[in-house]
Design a binder for this molecule. Sequence first.
Ligand code: PBG
Length: 364
Amino acid sequence: MPSRAGPVQSEWPAVYTDRVATSPVKALLMTSEFPPAGFPAVRPRRLRSSPLVRDLVRETELSVRDFILPLFVKPGTGVRHEITSMPGNYQLSPDTLVDEIGAAADLGVKAFILFGIPPTKDATGSSALSDEGIVQQALRAVRKAFRQDVLLMTDECFCEYTSHGHCGILHEVNGRTDVDNDATLDILVKQCVSHAKAGADVVAPSGMMDGMVAAIRRGLDSAGYTHVPILSYASKYASGFYGPFRDAAESPPQFGDRTTYQMDPANGDEAMREVALDVAEGADMVMVKPALSYLDIIHRVKSRFSLPVAAYNVSGEFAMVKAAAKNGWIDERKVTLEILTSIKRAGADMILTYHARDAARWLS
Ligand code: PBG
């Protein structure tokens, strides 16, 4: 009679029994009736054999609660202008934004990040600071309609508001035009305070200015907004994947690029340093952006820092899926859910994604 623990060791092929005992545990395994670690005793397919067993052992589960939907708001009423490269996403006015948020909330999407497209732009992005600015108006309208039933985040940056399309105030250094870090911090703080005052639940600075989190925390606290968290775009790369967004937000740089402030896609250690600094400065949550080409960074950040990590599944990532699906080259639903799951599996606690509405439908 074989024992209840399984066949005795001598019945296993030599390849499993000819092991050298290099530790007491291994020695025990070799002398006991413990099955050897490998095929044929071990068959991973057993736990894939039916949908119900797969449901039991699944390690990562996407939820509509993971999603943050980015939305674009511009002045006017009744505006609903589809963004060509981002099918299903629109430039909206405050009234249609309220409708859009209501429809998304009905699907279970409750968190939003707002981007503003102002009526006029200037060198310092001054319309971003006005309490009557477009994002401020939108915040008040949405807050009035939905109270605390939705979470409103605001992107804190100047590229949409400046005539030159860079993320802050410019100056010249050694004959080269660049964003003036410290001058930009002053207006960034004002923008955040104005958004908090208008009802933002979370501020999310995205300009990659050094010291931005510390400056914003001080500014919010001294204005009485100690309760407003900062989600820092801590490691944001100078990426080619932002193309469609820049059409949507009408924010492409009018000259040069963003490589003097956004990170080099080749760097990983630098992302750890950026995140460490933002955490030290008081960031409540940190973001990795983009998501798909940076899953290793998401994983490293989540492993190293014990705080919530967001990943931005950016416009170019979204547009590629939509374009391929439209051509019939991929299964949109399967690919989208696989992408979102991979971002979560890598370590993201929350995902900013233009797929939020579709994914919410598919998950329900
Ligand atoms: C900057 C900002 C950008 C995105 C979010 N915030 C654009 C940029 O850095 O040029 C891109 C998001 C996307 O591509 O979906 N305000």
